[in-house]
Design a protein around this ligand. Structure first.
Ligand SMILES: Cc1cc2nc3c(=O)[nH]c(=O)nc-3n(C[C@H](O)[C@H](O)[C@H](O)COP(=O)(O)OP(=O)(O)OC[C@H]3O[C@@H](n4cnc5c(N)ncnc54)[C@H](O)[C@@H]3O)c2cc1C
Length: 397
């Protein structure tokens, strides 16, 4: 490393945070290589997610918002219903572009990963697939060495762990960091054609069912993208053998009938995803290594912010490395600037999730009485999350 600061960066993980950070680093003239464990970029992977206006604004700053939006669809708003199908609240997103600078974009996970990876590669950010990090060597004070399965190595001035909630970087470089906590909720999802479902194109409907939660987005081409959350006290229970479809249908018995229609019309039920989060970690960095995205502060999907926070992290960390030549000071500035926002959102997501699965009729009755107030609080928190902007030109103090 020269006096000009960080020149070569090893990025572990080519999901969301990795390519976004890689593209911002490329913009400031820093050479970044992404090492991704998957063998190849996958177009078909997982279910779908929402990129919130704050995340879309980061992509707009990079000039990739259009490429991402073209592979997804803008969500006009979310209607919330109780188990009897009665409306209990609406979040109207139709003027999000005016209020926040961008809309909420729903996109399949594989399509988002592919759009970011392709754009990063097109701009000259190298992505090496089939490279699973095994260990990190920080014994040389002048550089950091990443060791991969199979014996390959990569050297950099710094190493950034963008390797998700089960981060190997975290385990290797910050031993003793708390493990992600299981939240007691599981997620399933799928894609269906169900013309009879009473859904409005471009809108999401979220149903607080008698025992479980169901969310559906009516994509413009007529597909229904859906997810289901239910309680599962022990992680092993979620992986118990048995047909997934029947389990989900049983949990929605007595809920609005279109939910069962959508689940039955789904060719392949995806999941389960056990939902974990990291409420707080004492430190996000050690020496020449720093964590970003889910590796540092995984949030459950219930606030719809994990991907967008990962994008914000990428932009802000690049700004810190641009303005502060000493890596440890850049990492400390990054953590100081990010921690209050991301931890508040991780907590909010945990709270949102806690209303999704109820244990019995009495708990359900009490939950339903509190839902309108809870939705108003949640909507205000969402508004704050969406309104957040990072100014690329601003310098780190
Ligand atoms: C079911 C579900 C639904 C969700 N819905 C939403 C939503 O609607 N909106 C939202 O904003 N967020 C949502 N999230 C959260 C969101 O997916 C994450 O917050 C986001 O993906 C974090 O991005 P990341 O880049 O930090 O990690 P990831 O996207 O997890 O990427 C990590 C990458 O690192 C790679 N990797 C892992 N280990 C290694 C290793 N040892 N060596 C090399 N590479 C490695 C992985 O293969 C992966 O490509 C959801 C999450 C789940 C589970």
């Amino acid at each position: 490393m020269t006096q000009r600061g960080v020149r070569r960066v090893v990025l572990i993980g080519g999901g969301i945070a990795g390519p976004v950070l890689g593209m911002f680093l490329q913009r400031i003239g820093v050479e970044a290589t992404i090492f991704e464990a998957r063998a190849a970029p996958l177009e078909q992977e997982g279910a779908f997610l929402g990129v919130a206006p704050n995340g879309m604004n980061v992509l707009a700053e990079l000039g990739v918002a259009r490429a991402v939006q073209a592979r997804g669809a803008v969500c006009d708003g979310i209607r919330f219903e109780n188990a009897r199908g009665r409306g209990i609240g609406v979040i109207d997103q139709r003027d999000a572009a005016r209020r926040f600078g961008a809309g909420l974009v729903m996109i399949r996970r594989g399509a988002l990963h592919a759009a970011l990876a392709e754009e990063a590669a097109r701009r000259g950010v190298a992505i090496r697939y089939g490279m699973r990090l095994e260990g990190v060597d920080c014994s040389d004070p002048r550089e950091v060495v990443a060791r991969f399965e199979g014996g390959d190595e990569a050297r950099g001035d710094v190493l950034i762990g963008c390797d998700g909630v089960r981060s190997r970087t975290r385990a290797a470089a910050l031993p003793g960091a708390p493990a992600p906590g299981y939240t007691g909720l599981v997620d399933f999802g799928g894609f269906a054609r169900c013309p009879g479902a009473p859904l409005q194109p471009g809108w999401s409907v979220m149903v607080f069912g008698r025992r479980a939660f169901f969310g559906a987005f009516a994509a413009p081409e007529g597909e229904v993208w859906w997810f289901h959350n239910s309680g599962e006290p022990a992680p092993e229970g979620a992986a118990a053998p048995g047909p997934l479809r029947e389990r989900i249908l049983a949990l929605h018995e007595g809920d609005p009938g279109w939910i069962a229609d959508v689940v039955r019309a789904t060719p392949e039920v995806l999941g389960p995803w056990l939902l974990h989060d990291i409420l707080t970690m004492p430190r996000w960095h050690a020496g020449r290594v720093c964590l970003i995205g889910d590796a540092a502060h995984a949030a459950t999907p219930h606030a719809g912010q994990g991907a967008s926070l990962a994008m914000e992290d990428g932009m802000l960390l690049a700004r810190c490395l641009r303005d502060e030549p000493e890596p440890e000071r850049a990492f400390a500035a990054f953590e100081r600037l990010r921690r209050p926002r991301v931890e508040a959102i991780v907590r909010q997501a945990r709270r949102n999730g806690s209303r999704k699965a109820v244990s019995g009729p009495v708990a359900g009755w009490l939950r339903d009485r509190a839902l309108p107030l809870f939705l108003r609080i949640g909507a205000a928190a969402q508004e704050r999350a969406h309104a957040y902007r990072i100014d690329w030109e601003e310098r780190i103090a």
